[in-house]
Design a binder for this molecule. Structure first.
Ligand code: GRF
Length: 193
């Protein structure tokens, strides 16, 4: 994909459920001249997601959907994405699993960040499982989303060391710092190919 500049940036939606630190970081990145993307829409499945505040601060459109009826909600989400001519979706701490149908419609255009060195530790509680298994390393992965959970093609990974006295909290913090560097790098990588 070609690198876009200025107002021709690739219109991107970020999907969140919680704190939104990756969202905040992607917004900051998107405001840099070198960024190929602009963040034009924030989708949340959680009305109380703290990350929604970044939409307010940075004046980005926010939409909240409860996903109780997944098919109907996804139809509404798709129509929002179409309305705003969204061409890239970045999942960033989004806790709902998108349907195969949704993923098919945006094939190759959905990215996710996951707090483990995939293919190890797909799904939830990655830090706890890595520590319990006495892993020496963990990390984070940015990957394309396909129909299998956390299994799409890997774009970039970053390794971190798990120390002897590491706690879930300290590991999560260490990995999150790396996530904030990795997601923009991965976006740059895919659009400069
Ligand atoms: C991150 O660790 C991300 O990898 C995982 O959920 C966390 C979201 O953090 N999927 P935040 O909401 O971006 O702060």
């Amino acid at each position: 994909m070609a690198l876009s500049t200025g107002s021709n940036k690739i219109k991107t939606a970020v999907f969140i459920s919680g704190a939104g630190s990756n969202l905040k970081n992607l917004i900051k990145f998107s405001n840099l001249k070198k960024s190929p993307i602009s963040i034009d829409l924030i989708i949340s499945d959680n009305l109380k997601a703290d990350g929604l505040n970044y939409g307010k601060v940075f004046k980005i459109k926010r939409k909240i959907f409860n996903f109780k009826n997944k098919n109907k909600t996804e139809e509404k989400v798709i129509s929002e994405l179409k309305k705003d001519k969204i061409n890239l979706i970045c999942l960033a701490g989004f806790m709902k699993v998108l349907s195969k149908n949704f993923i098919k419609k945006f094939k190759g255009k959905i990215l996710n960040i996951h707090p483990s060195l995939l293919p190890k530790y797909k799904g939830l509680n990655t830090h706890q499982r890595a520590i319990e298994n006495n892993e020496k390393f963990s990390g984070c992965t940015v990957h394309y989303v396909n129909s299998k959970l956390d299994s799409g093609k890997i774009i970039l990974q970053k390794k971190v060391i798990i120390k002897k006295n590491e706690t879930q909290k300290s590991l999560a913090k260490k990995i999150l710092t790396q996530e904030h560097k990795l997601y923009p790098k991965a976006v740059l990588k895919i659009f400069s190919l």
